[in-house]
Design a protein around this ligand. Structure first.
Ligand code: AP5
Ligand code: MG
Ligand code: ZN
Length: 216
């Protein structure tokens, strides 16, 4: 099964994708996580992406498409993937169709998690991310068991530099202008389900599972 999670910054794409990945046993592939990993290691894609990410704007399509294409060739993606943060432009959506078509596959469903701008500012200002495995926490809504330490891998938690309010507002504008058109694009193909993201993490998960006809 190939799923795409769409939604503004802070909507909960990463949080929900991680839960779904456990449930379905298929990998969570997040373009933002791949870029941050590449920046940490100082590889070519990381160097290309850094300045765009710091500004809160999109990395050029050709860089992003090439990185995702390589990731999707890895054997763990053979049974399907949960894509988080990709595609983000019509051009990327077409590239994804091409990559999947080459192996006789397609997108099965696109879920768009809808939240207001006030909610995402609240979520991103309290977010903490694991430096090692990129798991996400929230100081109030999803705190780790031990302050500053990742429950999953013991790594230390930090605040993403693009989570400053000014950069979050720019990311939200970029989402509205460049990514939101994908909502209609996928609706026209009959692939879209809208998910109300204003409830708690478990409530949103319940809505997603029922949209996929899976038991809670
Ligand atoms: P990326 O890393 O993808 O960031 P984003 O899309 O802005 O989304 P976030 O990761 O900020 O939010 P999320 O929806 O995953 O929310 P989360 O689950 O963490 O991209 C970063 C940058 O990389 C981009 O700006 C761009 O430069 C570049 N990039 C990436 N992909 C690209 C592409 N395809 N093309 C070009 N450039 C690209 O949740 C947020 C917080 O809320 C957490 O603290 C969480 O614990 C909490 N939370 C989650 N759900 C709930 C809930 N229901 N109730 C209460 N709290 C909740
Ligand atoms: Mg994320
Ligand atoms: Zn971790």
């Amino acid at each position: 099964m190939n799923l795409v999670l769409l939604g503004p910054p802070g909507a909960g794409k990463g949080t929900q994708a991680a839960l779904l990945s456990q449930r379905l046993g298929i990998p969570h592939v997040a373009s933002g996580d791949l870029f941050r990993e590449a920046m940490k290691k100082g590889t070519g894609w990381g160097k290309e992406a850094q300045s765009y990410i710091d500004l809160g704007v999109l990395v050029p399509d050709e860089v992003t498409n090439a990185m995702i294409e390589e990731r999707l060739k890895e054997p763990d993606c053979a049974k399907g993937v949960i894509l988080d943060g990709f595609p983000r432009t019509i051009e990327q959506a077409r590239a994804l169709e091409g990559i999947l078509a080459e192996r006789g596959e397609k997108i099965d469903r696109v879920l768009v998690i809808q939240v207001s701008e006030d909610t995402l500012i609240e979520r991103l200002s309290g977010r903490r991310t694991c430096r090692r495995c990129q798991a996400n926490y929230h100081l109030l809504f999803n705190p780790p068991q031990k302050e500053g330490v990742c429950d999953r891998c013991g790594g230390d938690l930090y605040q993403r530099s693009d989570d400053k309010e000014e950069t979050v507002r720019r990311r939200f504008r970029v989402y509205t202008e460049e990514t939101a058109p994908l909502i209609d694009y996928y609706r026209r193909q009959g692939l879209l389900t809208e998910i109300d993201g204003e409830r708690g993490i478990e409530g949103v998960q319940g809505k997603i599972l029922s949209a996929l006809s899976l038991s809670p």
